[in-house]
Design a protein around this ligand. Structure first.
Ligand code: ASP
Length: 421
């Protein structure tokens, strides 16, 4: 069997279909259509059929960029991730290999929507993202915005919401900037890459939205995509296509694209929140301080660990319990850190709901020690914001003011939807 062959086999009474990856220590390794690899003991497997190699990641179509003056111009800033990945049939792993040209070559329907302006910012899985690359993305998007009607950023899903948060602060934009990704690589038949990419290009090129957004599947099947605000979105599931959810608010818009045989047959955009069509100037404010940490408190966290994280950084966002608490014994360490110039911000590990410094005595004491309760800002958003804030000031009062100023919708109004799964 050649790597890449389509195999059907019977094992323990079950029929399994997948793509042959390799034989390893007496196991046949198959990649199933859901993207997962399984190892089947060779001597227990009855091979029923073996068909030719499946397409292994080369572009299926040849994309010729159409310079159509009637179509909007959409910048594509590619950073890597599964949307730009393919299955390596030697190792069975998914690797980030597509360049931005490969990516656009794969989806010829793009020719009907926009003239694309590609730009490769990085080619990494997003677990490898670091704040200095957030800044590169912001700079790349800023340049693309000068020559396009909107920009799509292709990105790994794992940490996409950190990047959308940073760009929401680092960039003021009069046009849509839409992040998207995929849970299944572009060369899988079950991939969500095409729909996510087409929907995002449609939003970037045609919608009245202004700001930084993230668009992915609204439900687990193909259909509508949700457009989430970049500061209020989070990856909530390891593998579902609708992994991203707006937290504490509704999505700002929805989009529907249907493509058949290389042609777009239906496209629709529904604006849900007109607030995000307000005018903004184009401005790059790419402040960055990389010496910032996000710390999840857990029962029994050692004083030494807590103290070290606080004292070795210029600022720390703590994910506290409930309204935002840490163990009482640690509170003097907060004071020590704040007194030495460290910004300490408090978010909640419940994800939903608002932090509060006046309900329990613990939080009252934490606030007295100098911790700043960050309303209902999501922990990852607060972290990205602190990277940005401490890149422009070391003054704790000024940092506190900026952290508590609603810059890009990161703090919701009290009347907002606080709980929706
Ligand atoms: N680990 C991948 C990444 O974040 C997952 C994905 O792209 O969906 O880059």
């Amino acid at each position: 069997m050649e790597p890449g062959s389509k195999v059907t086999l019977r094992w323990r009474g079950k029929i399994l279909r997948g793509v042959f990856v390799k034989e390893d220590k007496g196991f046949i390794v198959l990649k199933l259509s859901n993207g997962y690899n399984v190892g089947i003991p060779k001597d227990e497997a009855e091979i029923l059929s073996v068909e030719g190699r499946e397409h292994i990641g080369k572009p299926r179509f040849h994309y010729r960029p159409v310079q159509n003056p009637d179509l909007p111009k959409v910048g594509i800033a590619a950073t890597g991730g599964t949307i730009a990945a393919r299955v390596d049939y030697v190792t069975g792993a998914v690797t980030a290999e597509f360049t931005v040209e490969d990516l656009v070559n794969t989806f010829p329907e793009l020719n009907e929507l926009a003239t694309l302006v590609p730009r490769q910012v990085s080619n990494i899985f997003s677990e490898n993202m670091v704040p200095s690359i957030w800044r590169e993305i912001a700079r790349g998007v800023y340049e693309l915005l000068k020559e396009s009607d909107g920009v799509v950023v292709t990105h790994g899903t794992d940490t996409m919401h950190y990047s959308t948060a940073y760009l929401s602060f680092a960039l003021s934009t009069p046009k849509p900037v839409v992040f998207t990704g995929a849970q299944r690589s572009s060369d899988r038949p079950s991939s969500d890459a095409a729909l996510n990419l087409l929907s995002s290009v449609y939003v970037a090129g045609y919608s009245p939205l202004k700001g930084v957004f993230l668009s992915m599947h609204e439900s687990s099947s193909d259909g509508w995509n949700a457009v989430h605000l970049g500061t209020r979105v989070r990856k909530m599931h390891t593998s579902r296509r609708d992994t991203f959810r707006s937290i504490g608010r509704d999505p700002v818009a929805r989009v529907y694209i249907e493509a058949r045989g290389g042609r777009i047959v239906r496209k629709e955009f529904q604006l849900l929140d007109p607030e995000w069509t307000r005018e903004h100037p184009l401005e790059l404010r790419d402040h960055l301080n990389e010496n910032v940490a996000l710390l999840k408190y857990f029962p029994g966290m050692k004083k030494e660990l807590f103290e070290r994280v606080l004292l070795e950084h210029d600022g720390v966002v703590i994910e506290g319990t409930g309204f935002g608490h840490v163990r009482e014994e640690l509170i003097p360490l907060i004071k020590e850190a704040v007194d030495s110039g460290v910004f300490v911000g408090i978010t909640s590990q419940t994800i939903y709901g608002r932090t509060h410094s006046h309900v329990y005595s613990t939080a009252v004491k934490m606030e007295e020690a100098g911790a700043v309760f960050l309303e209902d800002m999501l922990p990852e958003t607060a972290f990205a914001k602190l990277v940005w804030v401490l890149g422009q000031t070391k003054d704790l009062e000024r940092a506190r003011d900026l952290m508590l100023t609603n810059v890009a919708g990161e703090i919701t109004e009290r009347s907002g939807i606080e709980w929706k799964l």
